[in-house]
Design a protein around this ligand. Structure first.
Ligand code: DX5
Ligand code: ZN
Length: 230
């Protein structure tokens, strides 16, 4: 069943020189999850942060740390991110070699497991691991960078996943990542998403705007008006 919309600010768009304060600020501004994008310059063409940064950020928020691993190979790093304080660990099936095994590993560490589908990755890949996932992440851009344009063809993928998830009767987050703004947020939620990752749309305008940015993404009328009025 589709849950009330949760907002997961991607700290990729935060001020990296003040990351701890930025995490605390979005926590206070109403974020549900803190979305941490981990990139290795190999699986994706960008390099971001590792487990020691996640561990350093952990005391700055009590919210769920939603750690998105865009690294390959991935298995050898899962435990380090679990120990660093990740609550949800999401992997890509292409990060190989055996994503069923990686999901089992995440679960064995007592963490929630997520599977992420790139725009070109078929939805059927989830079918045989549905019992092992707590979250399915639909990439609405190709992974690697913030600030890209939402790929509309992914809305159909979200609709299909909504049906697959509902058929399980289990509570599995359906998260969308990339190009989320007030308009695409509405479309993604209408298609069945219940967790929205938002980097640019959360952090635009600096700390004084985070709360209203998050309210606007949630579809709150006041937040929307405030944004439109700017
Ligand atoms: C892209 C990352 C996203 C990205 C989203 O590889 O997984 O989380 O930071 O950024 P926006 O919201 O700016 O598209
Ligand atoms: Zn992400």
């Amino acid at each position: 069943m589709q849950q009330p919309v949760k907002i997961a600010p991607s700290i990729l768009s935060a001020d990296f020189a003040r990351l701890g304060e930025e995490v605390a600020a979005v926590d206070k501004a109403g974020a549900d999850y803190i979305h941490v994008d981990v990139m290795d310059g190999h699986f994706v063409p960008n390099i971001t942060i590792g487990p020691s940064v996640v561990a350093a950020l952990r005391p700055h928020s009590t919210k769920i740390f939603d750690v998105h691993l865009m690294i390959s190979p991935v298995d050898s790093y899962v435990e380090a991110f679990a120990k660093a304080g990740a609550d949800i660990i999401t992997i890509h099936p292409e990060a190989g070699p055996h994503f069923h095994r990686t999901l089992q590993l995440i679960r064995s560490l007592g963490k929630k497991a997520g599977l992420s589908l790139n725009p070109g990755t078929p939805v059927d890949l989830v079918e045989n691991v549905l019992d092992l996932v707590d979250l399915v992440l639909v990439m609405s851009v190709n992974p690697g960078f913030g600030g890209q344009k939402f790929i509309k063809s992914q809305l159909e993928k979200i609709r299909r996943l909504r049906r697959m998830i509902d058929a399980t009767g289990r509570q599995i987050d359906l998260e969308v990542d990339g190009g989320i703004n007030v308009d695409t947020a509405k479309e993604a939620v209408a298609a069945g998403a219940d967790v929205l990752v938002a980097g640019t749309a959360t952090f635009t305008g600096g700390p004084g705007h985070y709360a209203q940015n998050i309210r606007a993404l949630r579809g709150d009328a006041l937040g929307g008006d405030a944004l439109e009025g700017e």
